[in-house]
Write a protein that binds this ligand. Structure first.
Ligand code: UTP
Length: 476
């Protein structure tokens, strides 16, 4: 451990000597803790990082020759990109049967918009049962393992802030029936949080640096440093499904998506993505694009609005493909980018209200307006590293019912509506009569456990009611 005297000149050179303001007043343990937090930061790189991202707002330049990215349509008979869905579905099933597929959830976020105490995966999300998100995913994985007679390991990325609470939750619930040997937890990295005006790292306590998880893009490094990729290699895993912890209806192991990723001629089986057609031009969603022969996701705020409004000959938006953050990664690809020299995803800057200690008084301050900058990496910035990347269209009802906000769009209520609509579609296809409101939406609340059906066809032969009464709440 370096001493204070060792560190002071380096901190001064990086304009961060204020971190030692209270060092003389700390207990020996607190001082050691402060010094080890400082030692974990790459101080040499800090001044450039602060100049580029904290004191200045990086400008984004649209890549040259940007165009809309091609995608496999949900309907495989569409004339613009027809394909043999049966063949790729079977290829995905073969990979599942052979035990070559793992699941990976990024659960290190702070979930500040939802305002829920505790890891977001513990949120009671089931439309009827209120079962936690982690249980919904566990049931999905259990059902997949049973259906394909294979082990499907699950990797869960936490953050240092919620790691212990997440592991404790799984222990309390007996890992929801999964074999604990097949569920691996590891925390992601963190970044210091900065004062927006001065670029100085904030202190949340006299001996505690303000930090934030380093973004879902940090997962690609954390998979490597945690040993998760090695563990996958030992188990013979070739590809893993990547999903976010707040998506209650994600189809974690979709055979068609896995099959296209692994076997389509225009895929290098490195990173594949699902896309959702944008509902309207101004929708705030990252957009799939191509440039220089590579695939990119461009944030809505970086894409000129005229381009977002442009339509093609068919009258549909030219940049139609929005990203719901659903991917499949090739294990070897993630290993390769980690061992390649110079693998470094860019940072994204977010202005936040960050409670901190006033350096002059030592008092805690809770700001009313954003005072700090948080730097994060985003997973989709890895897309252009893939040689050939495919995109598959999905639908909001089938694959995307996120819980991000306490109310309104992407809230527990909208997620419950989407879960109900998905269950209603599946039940209707199986011949069950669904009560409808005047706007055509189901007049009931429904939830189908992945243990009952992973896909509509699994409902064949299930014990189903002929009809659902209006106003009923039913979990199958
Ligand atoms: P969000 O962008 O919704 O961020 O994360 P968040 O931190 O969960 O929520 P807010 O913005 O504070 O309300 C999308 C997904 O990426 C994960 C989240 O857990 C979620 O699954 N994530 C995000 C991480 O795993 N680590 C991070 O550092 C950030």
């Amino acid at each position: 451990m370096p001493s204070i005297d060792d560190l002071r000149p380096t901190l001064e050179a990086a304009n961060q000597a204020h971190l030692l303001t209270f060092a003389d007043q700390l207990s020996a343990n607190e001082r050691d803790s402060l010094l080890s937090q400082i030692a974990a930061i790459d101080l040499a790189k800090l001044p450039e990082l602060i100049h580029e991202y904290v004191l200045n707002k990086p400008t984004f330049e649209l890549p040259e020759g940007v165009d809309a990215a091609p995608y496999y349509p949900a309907d495989p008979t569409e004339s613009f990109k027809p394909y043999d869905a049966k063949k790729y579905h079977a290829a995905g099933q073969d990979l599942l049967r052979a035990g070559k597929i793992a699941c990976f959830v990024v659960a290190g976020g702070q979930g500040s918009r939802l305002g829920y105490e505790g890891p977001k995966g513990c949120y009671p999300a089931g439309a009827v049962t209120k079962k936690p998100l982690f249980q919904i995913f566990a049931e999905n994985i259990l059902a997949t393992a049973k259906k394909y007679g294979a082990t499907v390991p699950w990797y869960i990325m936490t953050s240092p802030l919620n790691h212990d609470a997440t592991v404790a939750f799984f222990n309390e619930h007996g890992h929801f029936g999964l074999d604990p040997a097949d569920v691996m937890f590891f925390p992601q990295g963190t970044m210091p949080s900065f004062d927006m005006a001065s670029g100085k790292i904030l202190l949340t306590d006299r001996h505690q640096l303000a930090t934030n998880p380093d973004g879902h893009g940090g997962s690609l490094t954390a998979l490597h440093t945690s040993g998760a990729l090695d563990d996958m290699a030992r188990r013979g895993i070739e590809h893993f499904s990547y999903f976010q912890v707040d998506n209650a209806t994600i189809r974690i192991t979709d055979p068609l998506f896995l099959g296209l990723h692994a076997a389509a001629p225009d895929s290098s089986a490195e990173i594949s993505s699902k896309m959702l057609p944008k509902a309207f031009p101004e929708e705030r969603v990252g957009l799939f694009a191509t440039a220089g022969g590579r695939t990119h996701v461009i944030e809505y705020s970086d894409m000129p609005i005229e381009l977002q409004r442009e339509t093609g000959a068919d009258g549909r938006l030219r940049f139609l493909a929005g990203s719901p953050a659903i991917h499949v990664f090739g294990r070897a690809f993630v290993e390769k980018v980690n061992t390649d020299a110079g693998f470094d995803l860019p940072y994204h800057r977010a202005e936040k209200k960050i409670p901190h200690v006033d350096l002059a008084t030592g008092e805690r301050v809770s700001p009313d307006a954003p005072n700090g900058v948080k730097l994060e990496r985003f997973v989709f910035d890895a897309l252009p590293l893939a040689e050939r990347s495919i995109i598959l269209e999905t639908s909001r009802v089938e694959d995307f019912a996120p819980i991000k906000n306490a109310e309104g769009t992407d809230s527990p209520a909208s997620s419950a509506e989407l879960q109900t609509q998905k269950a209603a579609n599946w039940l209707e296809a199986a011949g069950v009569e669904i009560p409808k409101k005047s706007d055509g939406t189901p007049d009931c609340v429904l939830e189908i456990s992945p243990l009952t059906a992973l896909e509509p066809g699994d409902l064949k032969g299930a014990d189903l009611p002929a009809k659902i009464e209006a106003g009923k709440r039913l979990a199958l």
